[in-house]
Design a protein around this ligand. Structure first.
Ligand code: F6P
Length: 332
């Protein structure tokens, strides 16, 4: 039996190990609150009151505060950026690592007792000795030194990459530690399962419309096999399913809201999940281009996402090329 602490001792630098340990410790606090559910007064909107008349805080606000507070007190952490906060938070000037996180991905699932999770990405701080700024965070995903997610589902788990494959850990409530359950997670090359919010269909670009049309035609169409569809509405859960039993996940560019290229955020969702999926042998693109090669221009920028089974991700890219349409509508 290998604990997370033992795994980190042999696989990570002391600095990265320390930051992952801080994240893991905080995740157990979040997991405990989720276990208590309504009894912890975490349901409903922030600013509301529970039945006892006490102030309620939504769990995404609480999770954000817990993670931010823990990370800025870690001496190895130079700065933190959260999906929930407009500005980055500088931490320790001598720190060598920057952390971005989505404290509670899929948070609309909390009130209905469904899966949510915490996604994180660790980048090197190249300006050690100076107060971290947003510019320090604007690095391509290929620079990530660690990434992963904590999933709070029927059990709590951690999926982690340090750039040499993907490991999965399961949280043991008795010992309050994460235990390694798979040190070589692999995404299968082929799949017959896809995940997309199909209600956005009319807002997609032509190649994505064509792709989903072909999948829904099943064995009566050009793909010549039937596909199944799943959508948990929490990226964390859809990606977790893909790591366990295969699949392709998409949140493509759409024209639903002017000026928003799809929904997901590059620094908090796109890059960390792309790092995990690629390290497990899958692919992660915007439909055409590798997500981890995006040069970020803004900490909260959005990115179209197509990730998972390499055969499907390549098929989507080929359709875009055949139709001469880039992932965000530009001509190819
Ligand atoms: O980023 C937020 C998120 O909750 C993702 O985790 C999830 O994949 C997506 O939004 C769900 O979007 P929709 O509300 O369109 O189903």
């Amino acid at each position: 039996m290998t604990t997370l602490a033992q795994y980190l001792e042999t696989h990570a630098t002391p600095q990265i190990a320390s930051v992952i340990t801080t994240l893991a410790t905080t995740s157990t606090a979040i997991s405990n609150l989720l276990d208590k559910g309504a009894l912890a007064g975490i349901h409903g909107e922030a600013g509301g009151e529970n039945v006892q008349g006490e102030a309620q805080k939504k769990l995404d606000v609480i999770s954000n505060d817990l993670l931010l507070n823990a990370l800025i007190h870690n001496p190895n952490c130079a700065g933190v950026a959260s999906e929930e906060l407009e500005d980055i938070s500088p931490a320790n000037t001598d720190g060598t690592l920057l952390v971005t996180f989505d404290p509670l991905d899929g948070s609309s699932n909390i009130d209905i007792n469904m899966t949510v999770g915490t996604i994180f990405s660790v980048l090197p701080q190249k300006n050690t000795g100076n107060t971290a700024t947003e510019a320090d965070f604007l690095q391509a995903g290929t620079n990530q030194v660690a990434a992963g997610y904590f999933i709070y589902g029927t059990s709590t788990m951690l999926t982690l990459t340090l750039g040499k494959g993907v490991a999965m850990f399961s949280f043991d409530p008795l010992s309050q530690t994460y235990i390694l359950i798979n040190d070589n997670v692999q995404v299968s090359k082929t799949t017959a399962e896809y995940a997309i919010n199909a209600s956005n269909r009319r807002y997609w670009l032509a190649p994505m419309q064509q792709y989903i049309e072909e999948l829904t035609q099943g064995d009566t169409g050009v793909r010549n096999k039937d596909y199944n569809m799943r959508w948990v509405a929490a990226m964390i859960a859809d990606v977790h399913r893909i790591l366990i039993r295969g699949g392709v996940f998409m949140y493509p560019f759409d024209t639903k809201i002017a000026g928003k290229a799809g929904k997901l955020r590059l620094m908090y969702e796109g890059n960390p999940m792309a790092f995990v999926i690629e390290q497990a042998g899958g692919l992660a693109t915007d439909g055409v281009k590798r997500i981890m090669e995006y040069q970020p221009t803004h900490i909260h920028q959005r990115v179209p996402v197509v990730l998972g089974a390499s055969d499907e991700v390549e098929y989507v890219k080929a359709l875009h090329e055949k139709m001469g349409v880039g992932a965000s509508g530009e001509a190819l």
